[in-house]
Design a binder for this molecule. Sequence first.
Ligand code: ZN
Length: 263
Amino acid sequence: MKKINVTIWNEYVHEQETGAVGDWIRTFYPRGIHNALAENLKADDLEITPVSLDMPSQGVPDEVLNNTDVLVWWGHCAHAKVADELVAKIHYRVLHGMGLIVLHSGHLSKIFCKLMGTQCRLRWREVGEKERVWTVDTSHPITFGVPETFVIPHTEMYGEPFNIPDDGKIVFMSWYEGGNVFRSGVTFQRDAGKIFYFSPGHEAYPIYHDENVVKVIGNAIRWAAPVNGVLADRVTFQGDAPEKVYSENPLKDINTAELHQSK
Ligand code: ZN
């Protein structure tokens, strides 16, 4: 069985902060969210590489990116530090079939905004309230083995309105104690690339140790993996007809090829 090559990228900033907040986060993410997710997602069919912004080539050198089937992205306060050149390379690869899982505050990452083409803004509130996640599309493979509803005891509220394009298919919806609702799990397709945004994962709580959250991310990786590999560039060319053309070409005496030349 060919394994799915998964690269888990994390900006890895909050987990290294000095002071009380950093100390608190390190009690459940001592080696960062990327390493915790890599451990919790461990499975025979996944080859997982956890990387972070502070690594050479911002954690994603060409040899890693070109070998990645599914990229998982966690970012928050360092979106602007991600090189535009790297974003362009990731964008290219997603369009050619690489899966992309965007987690939590990755909604404002350069790569997600570029792929969406919208602002991707939302409402937020950080008071440690409860979130109840509801499965909306019970037939979607991302929901396999996930209960119809589950609770995250403490989280950051992410609420509507969420400025994402309306071609997103809603897999999960969330309700918060404060009354807000949110499209917390949404899939998109951009050319050959499958994309899943999943909001649970605020860094101040051990949400990536929750078995349902881990199950959703694992399912999403398997769903987003490219079916036919990451495709080569598609060129547009004048192809020979696969079957005989019987109609007489009314313009057969005129050379129309020049209409297709860039001027
Ligand atoms: Zn957060």
